[in-house]
Design a protein around this ligand. Structure first.
Ligand SMILES: Nc1ncnc2c1ncn2[C@@H]1O[C@H](COP(=O)(O)OP(=O)(O)OP(=O)(O)O)[C@@H](O)[C@H]1O
Length: 315
């Protein structure tokens, strides 16, 4: 099929054939090794190693104005994908191109437990590149979005997980990031905070930014996202309109929960068939300030400049 020769200036993130493998030490007793091999490994102080394939050959193009939900079972690679897109980990293969630095809000975002909420706001803003004056000036607005009342002056170690999540979200949006990655950060917020945070994400998106949201709640994805990616064993099962992907994923999860593996398999097979594979060909970097991040050379040499994606939407 001929691919449309379109140049799409709205691309914000290009994920090109991304794979992430981890080498981990396995339990020697469970690794199926013979007694001699186990003894030798014990003597040299090395357990048998295993490869965990967290993400395999993931490719997609994200655009300004999209809010992309990422769904999938536990261990399907959602958080790993966000960490690699944020540049916190270097992929084993493939690359991520982004028009600006993606900001990740995760439950483990590094804030200082001994410092107060207000001090952490300043610290977080400085870490995101705001100068000291702007970081100080941002405190009231960020504190208002977090809505923690007097607790903003208390050390963060005294916060509940929901309060800490609110603060992290508010800090991450302070620098108006063009690309925002959210890993379940909203799950612990109460209803009022959820509404405020959704309004904030909507404002970022309207500003032609791109928001990625990892959530186990298919309904949240359906209600707040424009598009969704379903991951299973590190691979993309389906990439499409949020309502369609979330509905299929919900049916799949329901079938698994009801111990109906055949039904679940049929649902996931149908989703895979509906998925259009993406192959990204980079001919030039995305406008306006494309930066190549954490690239690992591929085995095959590639065309060096520009981005064209052999998809419905080319960039
Ligand atoms: N640092 C690491 N070292 C080894 N394996 C890892 C590491 N990080 C993730 N993994 C493995 O990679 C796979 C994907 O993990 P990941 O956390 O990305 O999944 P997830 O979809 O976010 O899961 P969950 O929904 O439970 O948060 C899992 O098998 C996990 O054990």
């Amino acid at each position: 099929m001929p691919w449309p020769d379109l140049v799409d200036e709205s691309a914000t993130v290009v994920v090109d054939d991304l794979s992430m493998r981890y080498h981990v030490t396995a339990d020697a007793d469970e690794a199926g090794l013979g007694r001699t091999a186990r003894t030798v490994r014990a003597l040299v102080g090395r357990g048998p190693s295993m490869i965990v394939r967290a993400i395999s050959s993931v490719s997609f193009v994200a655009h300004g104005g999209e809010q992309i939900g990422i769904v999938g079972q536990n261990g399907s690679g959602k958080s790993t994908l966000l960490r690699v897109v944020a540049g916190l980990e270097r992929p084993s293969r493939g690359r991520v191109l982004a028009t600006s630095q993606p900001v990740l809000i995760g439950v483990n975002a590094a804030l200082q437990p001994e410092l107060s909420g207000a001090q952490n706001i300043r610290l977080g803003c400085l870490a995101m590149g705001l100068d000291p004056d702007r970081a100080r000036a941002a405190v009231p607005e960020v504190a208002e979005l977090a809505d923690l009342g007097d607790a903003i002056r208390r050390p963060m170690k005294s916060y509940s997980s929901g309060m800490a999540a609110r603060l992290r979200f508010a800090i991450a949006t302070a620098a108006n990031p063009h690309i925002l990655l959210i890993d379940e950060a909203l799950a612990t917020g109460d209803a009022a905070f959820r509404e405020r945070s959704e309004a904030r994400m909507e404002a970022l998106r309207r500003d032609a930014g791109t928001v990625f949201l990892v959530s186990h709640a298919a309904r949240t994805i359906e209600e707040t996202c424009t598009r969704a990616l379903w991951l299973e064993h590190g691979r993309v099962v389906l990439d499409g309109p949020a309502a369609d992907v979330a509905l299929r994923y919900r049916r799949f999860a329901w079938a698994l929960a009801k111990n109906r593996p055949n039904q679940a398999r049929k649902i996931i097979d149908a989703a895979r068939q509906a998925h259009e594979e993406v192959a990204v060909h980079v001919l030039r970097t995305p406008a306006p300030r494309g930066i190549a991040r954490h690239a690992r050379p591929r085995v095959r040499p590639r065309t060096p400049a520009g981005v064209t994606a052999r998809t419905r939407e080319e960039i």
